[in-house]
Structures are given as structure tokens and as C-alpha cells.
Design a protein around this ligand. Sequence first.
Ligand code: BGC
Length: 355
Amino acid sequence: MVVILAAVRAITVIPGRKDSAELSEVPEPPADDGDVLVQTLAVGVCGTDTEIVSGAYGWAPKGRDRLVIGHESLGRVLEAPDGSGLAEGDLVVGIVRRPDPVPCENCAVGEWDMCRNGRYTERGIKQRDGYASERYRVETGFAVKVDPSLEDVGVLLEPASVVAKAWEHVDAIGRRARWQPRVALITGAGPIGLLAALLGAQRGLEVHVLDRVSDGPKPKLVTDLGASYHTGAIAEACPPPDVIVECTGVGRLVFDAMEHVGNGGVVCLTGVSSGGRSLAIDAGSLNREMVLENSAVFGSVNANRRHYEQAAHALAAADRSWLRRLITRRVPLQQWSDALRRRPDDVKPVIDLTL
Ligand code: BGC
């Protein structure tokens, strides 16, 4: 007897091996992945995906060679259990990280984005298949319902959740003393930088965004938020900022941000650098300045469920046409590799599974 197993198309990679990414046929999503079955509508592509595909990052699930990539997603529920709060037809975004198995004190209370032992897993990145497949399954608690009005931009929820966490932590750190921030500088006008600028503007801050390019869609996206766009040096961009959200991971900018943040200010680092480059730094002076000015610098990655919900509110409150302009390209699944090839005017390329 020949048993034909149903299959779905998925973008898979052998982590650590360059040029191993392909559109594969994989079995239907296993029941173990969760009791909500989702039809994928769109998957966003970011620098992490490019790194995984280049062989520099990513881990396959235990006992397997290949990982299904994709951690920024939007899908439609095909099946959900009664009492889950989800029903067939709902739009959902799958959360990326899962708590470590110990669990550490943060994972134990749903703050898995702050995992203490590094044994967390991440869909599409670390030891768990991602969402870049025609269908996937997800646990009820890790599916975030998205308002139907966000159908065309809901794929931005995951990057927005990363930014919502960053702002939440900026405020938590700022509140070590009286905290009335006025000026925010965002370095980098990629999707994370632009979403950070959006959330800064929604907080009523005077927002400045600094990037290298002076043409393409970025300057207008920034000014349409009521923010100011700059190229050049941080020191010339604006008065000493109360908050700097660094979104490039470029070493020079990271240190410039530490140096130029205002007294009592907060610098949040969100850019993942590739490493391998050295810089000459006067560490003593930088230390002296940071101490004498009470500066705070911290790193921020990932997001927990609360941040996805904050991000959903931020997207719902934003101008829809502005959000739509962040999605600069929609590529059909069959042409997935085009989405991973960066173009100069790209902000957020998306693989659209409905095309
Ligand atoms: C994702 C995060 C993830 C991080 C590190 C980012 O691209 O947005 O959810 O934690 O990569 O793996």
C-alpha cells in the first residue's frame, strides 16, 4: 500500500550552511506544534533571516538538518479549539520565542524575552520551525489575535513588538528618577528604526531619525510622522536627546550614542552587529562622562505577549497608509529568494503567500 502524506511548501535552510536555503515540501505541521492551525498569509524578512540564510546564525530543531525559517508572520486561523478565544477566519500573528524548559525566573512568569539561561527556543530561528510555510500550528497562548482592519499591515506586528518592548524598558529605566523625556533620537531608518520613531511620535516626543541615505522612501516616511530626518553626525542632528534608540548595530554609532545622550538619558541598543571590526575608543573618558551624567545604556531583544499587545494597539492607532508604505515589496512564495536580496530602497520586503 502506498501512503501519501499531505505536504506543504516551506522555506527551509540547513543552519550554518551558506546557500542551503530552498523551497521544500515538508509534512503537514505536526500536532505537537499547537492546537491552532493557521494558513500563512505573509512572512516578513529581516536581517536575522538574511543571516540565517547566509549560514551565520540559526539552529535546526533537535535531530534534524533543516529549519523552516520565518519569524515575522500573519496568518488566518483554519482550526482553533473551543474556549481558545480564537475562531476560524481570525487573523493571528505567532509569537517567536518559547520559554526555556527549566524554566528560569523570567520564563516562568511569561517574560521569556528576558530569559536568564539562554535555553529559550525561537520559531524560525532557534530549534523550532518558523512560519514560512503554507500552514503552521501554534499553541493558543502564542497566537496573538489581530484586528481585521490590520490585514494588509499585520505582518509588521512582530517587529513592532520588539520596538514596544524597547520603549517599555526605556521608560522603566527612565523612571529611576523623575522622567519627563522630550527629545528622542533614533539611529537607523530601517523597519525597526521607523517603527521606533512611530512609537516615539505616539508618545508625544520630539523625534529625530538619523540614517545614511538621503533619497528613497525613508526621509519622507520620517517627516510624515512629524519627525525630523538627518544624515551626518549625531552631535549635529538634535539637542542632547533624553532617549536614543540605536537600530543600526554600527559600532561607531553605538559609541556616539553613548557619548551624546543627554544627562540622565537612556540609550537602548537594538541592532545586532556582525562583529569583527575594531574601533579606537577613549574608554576612560567615555566612562567618566557616563558616570558624571548618570547615563544608562542597555540592550533589548525579542518581546513577550504583553509587548505584542502593546504593538497591536500602536499599529491600530497609526496611519494605515503610512504603515502600508513600510512594506516596500510583496514577493510570491515561489520567488521567495528575491525577498532576501536587499535592494537600495527596501524598507520591509514581505513574502506574500496569497499571490
Ligand atoms: C527577532 C527576535 C529574536 C532575535 C534573536 C530578531 O530578528 O525579531 O524575536 O529574538 O532576532 O534571535
